[in-house]
Structure formats: C-alpha cells, structure tokens
Design a protein around this ligand. Structure first.
Ligand code: ZN
Length: 329
C-alpha cells in the first residue's frame, strides 16, 4: 500500500489516485501544532498488516510498543518510573471497572510517558488512548486503524506539541493495552497507579478519532462535569472540526460513559472527556483500515485534540478544584 499525504505527496497524486480511488482528496490541511507527515506514517504503520491487529499479549503488540516508545524518546518525553513499559497481569472481569480479577492469567503492558509542567504544583492530566486491537480472527486481520491507531497518533501529536511548548501542569501520555479485553490496562492503571491518583485533575481519552464520516467529533462526559461544558465549547468555536457534546446520559443517545478506558477514571471520581466518532460501517471489522480514513479530516481532528489539551492544561488548577469540591460534597 502506498503512503501519501495530500500536501506533501501532491507531486505523486496523479499516479496514486488511479490505483487508490477511495482516497481522492477533497481538500488539504496543514496543522499548526504538529507534524503531519510523521503522524500519518505512524498511523499507517500501526494499522498495517505487519502489526497483525495488535492484540494484547501478542508478539506484534511489542512491535507497536516499540514504535510508540521510539517516538516518545525522539520527542524527549520522560518515562514514569524506571521504564516506559508497565507490565501487568489481567484476567476475566467486567463490572465494576476498577475491580481486580479473580484469576489474572493474561499479560498486558501499558506505555506511560510524561512531560513535567512549568508550574511544578504536582497537578497532572492523563491523556490516553489504547493501542491494542482485536488481532487476527478466522484468518482475517483486524487492523484497527480508527480503533485505535488514530487515538495513539493523537496522543503522540500532543506529546510533540508539549515537547515544544512546555505545559503548565504535568502531562501524562498513557497508551493502554487490552482495552478490547475488558479495559485490562486502564483497570491496572487505577488498581496499581504509577502516579498518585490524588494528583490527577482530568483524563482526556481518545478512542476512534479519525473517521469523520459525518464530520463530527464527539466530546462525551460533560454531562457528569457541567463545569467542563464552557471549556469544551470555547475550544470548539475555533476548532477545525465540528465538536458536539453528548453521548453521556440525558440526551436520548447511547451512553458512552463506560465504553472505553475513561470508564475507570469516571468510577474513581476523576473527571474525563472522551473524544470519539460515532460507529461507522468498518467499526470492529477487518475493514477498519488506514485506506478508509479521510486523512485530511484526521489531521483536523488531531489539531482539535491538541487545542483541547492546551486549553485544559491552562485551566487545570480550576478543574482540579472542581474535582476536589465534588469529593468533599
Ligand atoms: Zn477502541
């Protein structure tokens, strides 16, 4: 398959359009806050057949981690603890999302990096995405491009941004394993936290952020944290994609509150905003491929996520007070 970015690869356009009609560009977009070309390259590699669907515990899962860690190191992001890799055992469990398994017999590895904030007040934000997907089933590779190579690349783009523009508060870049298997990695983060959960003001979780089939990136979670509504809306005003708030109870739609890794933060009272798109025809299918992503929309989506992260970092002391107030009620 051919890697090409519509701006950078414009010279190649004529030749490639003929053999990949699904990726005919409608417009172009040059992000202000991150480098498009390495982001798209990593997106394509993570969702290529070589990675075999990145199933937790598999050999290719380690390959995916190596790609993520290479990028973190290149950006000068620090590990949390002795290593970027945080191995854990997990097992068959469901609700409650923060419980431990009776027989934890499976292996997973979270990847965690951080950039310290200039204010050194110990208040932090967790920006997360799961890097695992469904692996190979009945001989078919589930490449999980939108779900969730897209989110991984989004978190790394934010790391790139904060490596150039120092954040005010501590930013943790967390790549969860085994989300597709009962939130194994996120549960472990809560049960055996690598950093005190008392210092975490907010979780921004990205899961499926590249398929703008209807042009909307949803922000879910503000129903539980109404003080976050004006903050998200302020960014939405100038964001390059359409942001809508919902899918978090009370709006007549499905409730996404417990449907991805942010659920564990919600369960322990840490505010979260989950960013994602609605289910699309390739959701959890072998056709969730890089080729089916509108690359321009994806770049706009990531730019939006960086703008959100920057705004939330600026407001993080107030968001932390909001969390503390809720705990005291
Ligand atoms: Zn997912």
């Amino acid at each position: 398959m051919d890697m090409f970015y519509k701006g950078v690869g414009a010279v190649l356009l004529g030749g490639l359009v003929a053999c990949s009609p699904t990726s005919t560009p409608t417009d172009t977009f040059s992000p202000e806050h991150f480098s498009a070309e390495p982001a798209l390259q990593l997106f394509e590699t993570l969702s290529s057949d070589e990675l075999q669907g990145r199933q937790a515990g598999g050999a290719e899962s380690a390959d995916a981690r190596a790609l993520i860690i290479d990028r973190l190191e290149a950006l000068g992001v620090s590990p949390v603890g002795a290593s970027f890799e945080h191995p854990f055992k997990y097992g068959p469990f469901r609700a409650p999302e923060t419980g431990t398994a009776a027989s934890p017999d499976k292996d997973g590895v979270n990847v965690i990096g951080m950039i310290p904030g200039s204010q050194a007040d110990g208040i932090g934000m967790v920006i997360s995405a799961h890097y695992d997907h469904l692996g190979v089933q009945d001989g078919e590779i589930f490449n999980g491009a939108d779900d969730n190579a897209s989110g991984v690349v989004g978190v790394l783009a934010i790391a790139e941004h904060f490596s150039k523009t120092t954040p005010t508060h501590d930013i943790y870049f967390v790549f969860f394993d085994a989300e597709e298997d009962g939130f194994g990695g996120a549960r472990n983060f809560i049960v055996d936290p690598p950093v005190s959960l008392d210092t975490i003001a907010l979780n921004l979780n990205f899961d499926m952020v590249s398929r703008g089939d209807n042009g909307i990136l949803w922000a879910s979670g503000t129903h539980h944290w109404p003080d976050m509504v004006p903050r998200v809306n302020a960014v939405a005003e100038t964001a390059p994609v359409t942001i809508e708030l919902g899918y978090d109870q009370g709006d007549g739609r499905e409730d996404w509150t417990l449907l991805s890794d942010h659920a564990v933060f919600f369960r322990v009272g840490i505010p979260h905003i989950y960013f994602g798109v609605e289910d699309h025809p390739d959701y959890h299918k072998p056709t969730d491929d890089f080729e089916n992503v509108d690359q321009t929309w994806f770049l706009k989506s990531v730019e939006t996520l960086i703008m959100m992260s920057e705004a939330m970092d600026e407001d993080l002391s107030e968001i932390f007070e909001m969390r503390q107030g809720t705990l005291e009620d």
